[in-house]
Design a protein around this ligand. Structure first.
Ligand SMILES: NC(=O)c1ccc[n+]([C@@H]2O[C@H](COP(=O)([O-])OP(=O)(O)OC[C@H]3O[C@@H](n4cnc5c(N)ncnc54)[C@H](O)[C@@H]3O)[C@@H](O)[C@H]2O)c1
Ligand SMILES: [Zn+2]
Length: 368
């Protein structure tokens, strides 16, 4: 499978998606020309236990083995304190400006390692080797790196593009099914906002993907990455097009906050958020009802989405705190047909409330 180019002011690089790629990881890393000094790998104990041996096997013939640094797994460790600990460990092990970092893990390890690379000695190169479906199609591409604050998610960070993204769909063989389903929500999002043919393909291949078929997964990742790469290449810093990637996220983020980030995985909250966005678009006549039902149906086919309880008012309040809002107008990503979404600024509070209420009704009826 060919690699997908990403072109940004912050750097050009490619995303390679290939089942079995892990076997040749070292060769792919060396091909960047950036492995001149020591190589440092940031991973979690869980992932290393599952895949560490295979990871190291490809480096066996190299003169020096990479140094492994551990980050405890979980979103709660995506904090500045972890960055500082890792940076100290790097200094202790003589990491210099020509050292290369490899992020080997899900979005948490990827975002944090990217940020560490952005600021370690004012910036060193890094490579993404994503291990969750979400990280493979979304967080490893585009160069957004960062950590959470006590007061909010991803509030400290930097744009720092990787030297290359090396994606092996085989890594997903050990991923819990719920994580895969939640990740697939973002693929449906990509189809809805930017590629109708891909959406049709997802409708046909949903079952195959959920069974973990390697070829289907590789294909899905490839197309999702292509869509994200196209958008990020046009708009690295989210002044226009990149905002489209937030489809379903205004209300989805509110749901995550209302449930203290505990009850739902990110993708599950986004699925509910997309259902609300679809209802809002349908209500203002921007999206045909038949298409609205197809989008909802596909989201719900991924498996039961968890129920949650809060009020529509509370969610509305929380959307107003959405950091993506520019000044007073509320940016909202509106799906207008399968394959196209637009940014609008004229969504009223009333429209939001009606859409949120309608979605909450479905949560009661269909949530698990
Ligand atoms: N930078 C971006 O553009 C961007 C985009 C979307 C999301 N994100 C960030 O990504 C993070 C979420 O990423 P995530 O969903 O990958 O979460 P994660 O990194 O926490 O991984 C989810 C779970 O899967 C486990 N896991 C990972 N790979 C595995 C494997 N191959 N086999 C078995 N278990 C495995 C992890 O241990 C963890 O328990 C959030 O912090 C979010 O803010 C960033
Ligand atoms: Zn998302």
């Amino acid at each position: 499978m060919a690699s997908i180019p990403v072109k940004t002011a912050g750097g050009n690089y490619s995303v390679r998606v290939q089942p079995g790629l892990l076997q040749n990881l070292s060769a792919h890393v060396r091909k960047t020309g950036l492995a001149k000094g020591k190589i440092f790998v940031v991973t979690t104990p869980e992932i290393w236990k599952l895949w560490g041996k295979k990871f190291l096997a490809s480096f066996a013939k190299d003169t020096a083995a990479p140094e492994i640094l551990f980050l405890p797994s979980g979103e709660r460790h995506k904090r500045l304190a972890s960055v500082e600990k890792l940076a100290d460990a790097m200094v202790e092990r003589s990491a210099r400006r020509d050292s290369l970092l490899i992020a080997f893990g899900g979005g948490v390890a990827g975002d944090l390692t990217g940020f560490l690379a952005a600021i370690y000695m004012r910036g060193i190169s890094y490579v993404q080797v994503p291990t969750t479906y979400l990280a493979q199609i979304d967080s490893s591409v585009g160069g957004k790196t960062g950590v959470n604050l006590r007061t909010g998610k991803n509030l400290i960070g930097s744009f720092h593009q990787p030297a290359v993204v090396l994606t092996d769909p085989k890594l997903l063989q050990t991923l819990p099914p719920r994580e895969l389903r939640a990740g697939l929500v973002e693929s449906i999002k990509a189809g809805v906002l930017g590629d109708g043919a891909y959406f049709n393909w997802l409708e046909k291949n949903c079952g195959t993907l959920l069974r973990g078929d390697l070829n289907a997964l590789a294909q899905a990742i490839h197309v999702s990455v292509r869509i994200k790469a196209r958008i990020v290449s046009a708009d690295e810093r989210e002044s226009g097009q990149r905002m489209l990637l937030n489809l379903g996220h205004t209300i989805g983020h509110a749901i995550e906050a209302a449930t203290q980030y505990r009850k739902l995985l990110h993708g599950e909250a986004i699925a509910w958020g997309m259902i609300a966005a679809v209802r809002l678009a349908e209500a203002r006549g921007a999206l045909q009802s038949a298409e609205a039902r197809r989008i909802e149906h596909l989201l719900l086919r991924l498996g039961p989405l968890p129920k949650f309880s809060t009020t529509a008012q509370r969610l509305l309040q929380l959307t107003d705190a959405d950091k993506k809002n520019r000044s007073r107008t509320r940016n909202f990503i509106l799906p207008v047909k399968i394959g196209k979404a637009i940014v609008v600024t004229d969504v009223t509070t009333k429209e939001m409330l009606v859409a949120i209420r309608s979605m909450m009704q479905t949560v009661q009826e269909m949530g698990a």
